[in-house]
Design a protein around this ligand. Structure first.
Ligand code: ZN
Length: 64
């Protein structure tokens, strides 16, 4: 989930809607936007993943 905006000079900015971090600004092409977005390691998603892992570990510990 990314929010893309265009500047007056035609370049683009993109922002992650999960962590509200600006991933790229003044990017020339949409291809470059795709690239930057695909390289974004979202801290929000990492955190959610960690929590899910922890939950799974707790569930497993409770079973044993
Ligand atoms: Zn993010």
């Amino acid at each position: 989930m990314y929010s893309r905006t265009q500047n007056e000079n035609g370049s683009y900015n993109t922002r992650c809607l999960d962590c509200f971090m600006t991933i790229a600004s003044c990017v020339e092409t949409e291809k470059e936007l795709d690239l930057r977005e695909s390289h974004h390691l979202c801290p929000e998603k990492v955190l959610a993943q960690l929590l899910a892992q922890e939950k799974a570990a707790v569930a497993q510990a409770a079973r044993n």
